[in-house]
Design a binder for this molecule. Structure first.
Ligand SMILES: C[S@@+](CC[C@H](N)C(=O)[O-])C[C@H]1O[C@@H](n2cnc3c(N)ncnc32)[C@H](O)[C@@H]1O
Length: 216
């Protein structure tokens, strides 16, 4: 089966994490039931109107479960970490990080329609280390994060430029994973890059470590 179709249709590659990560299949099953029943896609589309932002910032796309696991492993995310997913969408990476690594996972998402469903799921399934905040990541305090995930393949150039400036405020030692786009900031040291599968096809993921404020 074509790779991207397999992701979208939950093919065998996506089943494995559902069986291996405790609680994940409940997230997947409850999400779609709840989301489609409330007709959230329309709700979400309506929310993007009037925000004065490029439509590209709100394109649907997400990180497959299997790819998320690969990335959590590469970034060595563990229970002591606080992971921020900037632009969390329906919260897949946040639930996965919380359940698979035991870290505190925080989803920052501008569209409250996604967060409403994610918060209910976290409450129903008693996943206390998954938190969802209705916030603009261009204004969020990023200093508590020890891992930052950016899946902003379609974000507009302006959003990426402004977010780059926010990355200058990250704490030393923080790891950053950026999908599709290199982050050329003075404090970000590139530690690796690799190709991974997403719902929109294969893309490169750049991994960084934030240097100390005092480093040149
Ligand atoms: C491609 S989705 C990524 C979903 C998720 N991170 C994943 O990997 O599965 C990008 C998300 O960024 C959100 N977004 C765009 N601009 C934002 C902003 N300024 N603040 C918070 N979220 C934003 C969009 O609403 C969308 O849900």
């Amino acid at each position: 089966m074509n790779e991207s179709l397999e992701v979208l249709l939950l093919g065998p590659r996506e089943w494995r994490p559902l069986f291996h990560v405790r609680g994940l299949w409940q997230v997947e099953a409850l999400y779609w039931g709840h989301y489609l029943a409330r007709f959230a896609p329309l709700d979400i589309w309506l929310q993007t109107r009037g925000l004065g932002r490029s439509r590209d910032d709100f394109r649907f796309g997400e990180t497959p479960w299997a790819t998320g696991l690969e990335l959590l492993k590469l970034a060595e995310v563990g229970p002591e970490d606080t992971l921020y997913d900037l632009g969390a969408g329906r919260g897949k990476m946040v639930f996965l990080a919380a359940l698979a690594s035991g870290c505190r996972a925080v989803g920052i998402e501008l569209l409250g329609g996604y967060n409403y469903v994610s918060r209910r799921l976290a409450r129903w399934l008693k996943i206390e280390n998954a938190v969802f905040r209705d916030e603009d990541f261009l204004r969020t305090d990023l200093s508590p994060a020890s891992v930052v995930y950016l899946a902003g393949t379609t974000w507009s150039a302006e959003t990426r430029e402004r977010l780059g400036e926010r990355l200058d405020t990250l704490s030393p030692g923080c790891r950053v994973l950026s999908v599709s786009h290199e982050c050329k900031r003075p404090r970000l040291e590139l530690v690796g890059e690799s190709q991974h599968l997403f719902s929109w096809g294969r893309a490169k993921v750049y991994r960084y470590r934030v240097s100390d404020w005092m480093s040149p």
